[in-house]
Write a protein that binds this ligand. Structure first.
Ligand code: C5J
Length: 220
């Protein structure tokens, strides 16, 4: 076991049974002209974590540990997107409409790709998820079970939406979850802070939180 100094108390993980999950570091949320920008958000806040996420990826890649990338993505015919999801939000452009990087949140479009600096490498798992959580309609639980994964380390965007939802889904399925707090970000700093508090509250009711430096120190 490797032990990381974390909140609410130390997080221990078995290297052979631990995967990194990088949530939705796709152009649609992080670059101007995508879905996040269409909702009126400052995407620069999210772009700022790219170097930290790259450092976290390096920890796993250098050791040959499993990496999962997710993308929030819908089929081109939007048959996996509830009308309620399309209608909601008051965005200048809605899911499936054409923006500066192609159709918003549609699989295969330029905006749906993970940013170049964090592009998946050969052998890494990439899943398209139609929901906010990584387990809904993706088959990822069966893939992780097949690999014998029991622990998940989380990064990505946005902290209070797809990251938190995925972490709660994982928690309910029995995974021991660690969020790397400087490798996740929200368009709303107060929502990120509240999410971190919620995760570690009540003795770690959802999981653990630590900075990248603590993980790097633990594996060194
Ligand atoms: C959102 C996400 N915020 N990846 N998606 O719609 O958090």
């Amino acid at each position: 076991m490797i032990t990381v100094a974390a909140a609410p108390y130390d997080y221990s993980f078995p290297p052979g049974r631990t995967a990194l999950v990088v949530i939705d570091m796709q152009r649609d949320f992080i670059e101007p002209g995508g879905f996040g920008a269409a909702l009126g958000n400052d995407v620069g806040r999210l772009a700022a974590i790219i170097p930290t996420v790259a450092g976290l990826l390096a920890v796993f890649r250098d050791r040959g540990w499993p990496v999962v990338h997710t993308r929030e993505a819908h089929r081109p015919d939007l048959s996996d997107c509830p009308p309620s999801k399309i209608a909601r939000g008051g965005a200048a452009l809605k899911i499936g409409e054409v923006g500066a990087m192609g159709r918003l949140l549609v699989a295969g479009e330029p905006g749906n790709q993970i940013v170049d600096a964090l592009a998946p490498m050969a052998g890494e798992i990439v899943i398209d998820k139609p929901g906010k959580g990584m387990f809904w309609a993706t088959g990822i639980h069966e893939i992780l079970q097949g690999l014998g994964i029991t622990h998940l380390v989380f990064a990505g965007v946005t902290t209070e939406v797809c990251v938190q939802t995925s972490m709660r889904e994982a928690n309910d399925r029995g995974y021991e979850c660690l969020l790397i707090e400087d490798a996740t970000e929200s368009y709303f700093p107060e929502f990120k802070a509240s999410t971190v508090q919620m995760i570690v509250a009540q003795g770690g009711i959802v999981g653990w939180v630590a900075p990248l430096a603590a993980l790097q120190a633990a594996v060194a």
